[in-house]
Design a binder for this molecule. Structure first.
Ligand code: IPE
Ligand code: MG
Length: 227
């Protein structure tokens, strides 16, 4: 979800106003996913590198996250949405950590959309964390299966589609392991302007992609071939 700051700057507003509007876009996209029957939505809210931002902005984002959890969780729960928060959590405030656990607990029985928020998350952190856990248990050999089972999103399939808003074409330390075969989609829209229609356009682009996973086109069943 990139482009909040620029959205605000273009309107001569403080950057944090963009983050506030970004939350409206989150609501919109979550309900659009629900409508489209998408089973997993993972939002990159705050990276392990975002701690480098000015302290005021970091505090605002943490406060916004805390308040959003308070105000949105009942509605998410009512819509049968299961909420997961992934990331190190080491630097989150105790109040935020508590609210996260409560929200995960409350929605754990839901089987509609699985909504994951990545906060204090980094793909490198995730992989190293997994490896260190395996080492601590005495593992001497790590394979794809054992590593992927230890990643923080082991409960979900690998993403089919990766969307980055805001015009940059980077992964920026998101789900590094799981994105190996994801379809990448970049849009110049700034995150606060990203809405249901924009999501549908991204999904339409995805539908035109031929996913070969290393195979040739001819090896694919006709239904998966594109041309
Ligand atoms: C939101 O957009 C990303 C967050 C870390 C919350 P930015 O804050 O990166 O917006 P730009 O890139 O400055 O426009
Ligand atoms: Mg940015």
């Amino acid at each position: 979800m990139d482009g909040n700051g620029r959205w605000a700057k273009r309107r001569l507003l403080p950057r944090v106003a963009g983050h506030k509007r970004g939350l409206d876009a989150v609501r919109d996209v979550v309900s659009a996913c629900h409508r489209l029957g998408i089973e997993y939505l993972t939002l990159f809210a705050f990276s392990t590198e975002n701690w480098r931002r000015p302290p005021d902005e970091v505090s605002f984002l943490m406060e916004l996250f805390l308040r959003a959890l308070g105000s949105e969780v009942d509605r998410l729960n009512g819509n049968n949405i299961r909420l997961h928060i992934i990331g190190s959590k080491a630097r989150l405030s105790p109040a935020l950590a508590e609210r996260i656990s409560a929200a995960e607990e409350l929605t754990s029985g839901n089987d509609g959309l699985t909504l994951t928020i990545a906060a204090d998350y980094g793909g490198r952190w995730d992989m190293l964390n997994a490896v260190n856990e395996l080492i601590a248990e005495g593992a001497t050999h790590i394979d794809e299966e054992s590593l992927s089972q230890r990643l923080s999103m082991a409960y979900a399939p690998e993403p089919d589609l990766f969307i980055r808003t805001g015009g940059e074409q980077r992964i920026s330390n998101f789900l590094l392991w799981q994105l190996a075969y994801s379809e990448l989609y970049f849009t110049d829209l700034l995150w606060p302007d990203f809405d249901a229609r924009a999501l549908e356009q991204a999904v339409d682009s995805y539908r035109c992609r031929e996913r070969r996973f290393g195979r040739t086109s001819e090896q694919l069943p006709a239904s998966l071939r594109r041309e």
